[in-house]
Ligand binder design. Sequence first.
Ligand SMILES: Cc1cc2nc3c(=O)[nH]c(=O)nc-3n(C[C@H](O)[C@H](O)[C@H](O)COP(=O)(O)OP(=O)(O)OC[C@H]3O[C@@H](n4cnc5c(N)ncnc54)[C@H](O)[C@@H]3O)c2cc1C
Length: 344
Amino acid sequence: MGEAIVTDVVIVGAGPAGLFAVFELGLLDIKSHLIDILAKPGGQCAELYPEKPIYDIPGYPRVNGQELVDNLLAQIEPFHPTFHFGEMVERLEVLGTPEAPSFRVHTSGGEIFESKVVIVAAGGGSFQPKKPPIEGIEAFERKSVFYAVRKMEDFRDKHVVIVGGGDSALDWTLNLHPIAKRITLVHRRDDFRAAPHSVNSMRELVAAGHMDLRLGQIVSLRGEAGELSAVVLKGSDGEAEIACERLVPFFGLTMKLGPIADWGLNLHENLIPVDTEKFETNVSGIFAIGDINTYPGKLKLILSGFHEGALAAQKVHRYVYPDKRLSFQYTTSSSSLQKKLGVN
Ligand SMILES: Cc1cc2nc3c(=O)[nH]c(=O)nc-3n(C[C@H](O)[C@H](O)[C@H](O)COP(=O)(O)OP(=O)(O)OC[C@H]3O[C@@H](n4cnc5c(N)ncnc54)[C@H](O)[C@@H]3O)c2cc1C
């Protein structure tokens, strides 16, 4: 077992609710680590609609999904949160007592955290890759078939087949091209959803003979012991083998509740019931904020998650600092809050 990271609060999910919780906790001198299965912060805003305008964030007549995330990141900067991306929170051990709770949190990457409080800000669940319907693909996963590029070095000097027509497929085609031995992009048809400038760059590389574009679908894999030697492409003129050592299918993401279902949180229709005073669950010390929670009158809006994080932080303070009294302060007039924010 590796050494545990010890912190006040573990936040599961770096969507808007989890990000703003860092701010509310930080004002109360509470330190947090954020864990997200995605490779970047922002949850649905960054993953599903980064360029769409949102019109109902208080104080912003109009703000794009990514812009909101960037501003939230700037706002929590003074509290130096630590992010752990590409990690799924899998297991939660409840230690301590209801009055003085503590938890051990285990991630898919083998990281272990020990905290006094856990805030579940997991939205609609963890984003997980949709898998292509290819028989036996599981045997190659994480060895030579990857659904995301976590370490570019895994692709150096390899013949890589990338499948898809969206931004992820095109971005990684262009990013891996300089280090891979050869890139073959496979898509169903010669029509791409990705940003036009990426599509143009890809077409220039193909025209110059620096990479290949093949139309069709991958129907089977060749290889042994999890190591690919080729994929079989079915196109309009029949089947053909493409020799390769890596396959990276980008078929989009789905949201799955995942392991949260096993944490004993009395789920109701895949949501976590909480009270509306503290947004605490049936387990003392575990809070749930944002889209993942439910209570009478709940609205799945970003502003609800912000409010919930602010109220949860008040109760979290009692667990983290049982002997300290908490006095209510405004950021406009409290010099101690301004000092924490680095503005005074
Ligand atoms: C197209 C679209 C438009 C929208 N427009 C608006 C709008 O105009 N106004 C508005 O208020 N709301 C809007 N919403 C809703 C808004 O995006 C959500 O209310 C908000 O994102 C919820 O934030 P969250 O932080 O609770 O969850 P999310 O944004 O879903 O983030 C949760 C994060 O938790 C991670 N996670 C989950 N489980 C785990 C785990 N076990 N381990 C590690 N990580 C995990 C996920 O990967 C994800 O990144 C829109 C949603 C969509 C899809």
